[in-house]
Design a protein around this ligand. Structure first.
Ligand code: ADP
Ligand code: MG
Length: 251
């Protein structure tokens, strides 16, 4: 059965989507079967793996709201399967409220397909609304990208509190996969933030740290993960390292 990991942080721009795409691609390269789920209406993961949103007949919205089987909405990107999104998903936060099992819709949708994959990675919007709650209810673990910048720790308490609430009410099995430090630069600030996060969260922080590199920000506009866009780049090497760390953790 697939290990289901939700990438979440209600802050935008911390590296959730970049990590979803590049971790997924590195796991594929290591021989794993991976499904990437784009649960952010902005759809950056969908376009980032080269899927043309205008050609999609169905997407995660239809799965969550219209009971379309996930298998019918999943498309093959170049290197992995993706359950894509379009902007219509932005309407779902309001529509989910009135649906039965509103927090369990993603979980239920994944039940028939989770044996088809080794890993299911869920990219989330920058909020703690019903889409993220659906991801937490469906997932085994939450991975938290944290940007090594000022205010990095702001909001982390609220996020961890939300994970705890989901664990108490909706998904007792949910664990914290770990914190991933992202966009690290050779500055004292990055170093200080790293020290602070490691002091506070200790062994729940991944050893791998993702540096800030221009190539990582360029890859999505070519619809490619970094290991395909520029296999020899620092970003490609680091996400390959990170995938190894995740495979030690989850197999
Ligand atoms: P989120 O999904 O949390 O909003 P993204 O992954 O979209 O964050 O990253 C925000 C922006 O920063 C994007 O433009 C992305 O290309 C860029 N970015 C992400 N990680 C890095 C990195 N390690 N180095 C340089 N740019 C990055
Ligand atoms: Mg994103």
């Amino acid at each position: 059965m697939a290990k289901k990991i939700a990438l979440a942080n209600q802050k935008g721009g911390v590296g959730k989507t970049t990590t979803s795409i590049n971790l997924a691609a590195a796991l594929v390269k290591a021989g794993k079967k991976v499904l990437l789920i784009d649960a952010d209406p902005q759809g950056n993961a969908t376009s980032g793996v080269g899927v043309d949103k205008s050609e999609l007949k169905q997407d995660i919205y239809d799965v969550l709201i219209n009971d379309v089987p996930a298998k019918e909405a999943i498309v093959k990107a170049d290197k992995m399967d993706i359950l894509p999104t379009t902007i219509q998903l932005s309407e779902s936060e309001v529509q989910l409220v009135d649906l039965p099992d509103r927090e369990y819709r993603l979980k239920n949708a994944l039940l028939p397909i989770e044996n088809d994959y080794d890993y299911i990675l869920i990219d989330n919007p920058p909020s703690l609304g019903l889409l993220t709650i659906n991801s937490f209810t469906a997932a085994d673990a939450v991975m938290i990208p944290v940007q090594t910048e000022f205010y990095a720790l702001e909001g982390l308490g609220q996020l961890i509190n939300t994970i705890e609430l989901v664990r108490q009410g909706l998904n007792p099995e949910l664990e914290m996969a770990g914190i991933l430090l992202t966009m690290y630069s050779r500055t004292n600030l990055s170093k200080q933030v790293e020290e602070e996060v490691r002091k506070y969260f200790d062994d729940r922080v991944y050893t791998t740290v993702i540096p800030r590199t221009v190539r990582l920000s360029e890859a999505p506009s070519y619809g490619q993960a970094i290991i395909d866009f520029d296999p020899k780049s620092l970003g490609a090497r680091v996400y390959t390292e990170f995938a190894k760390e995740v495979m030690v953790q989850y197999g």
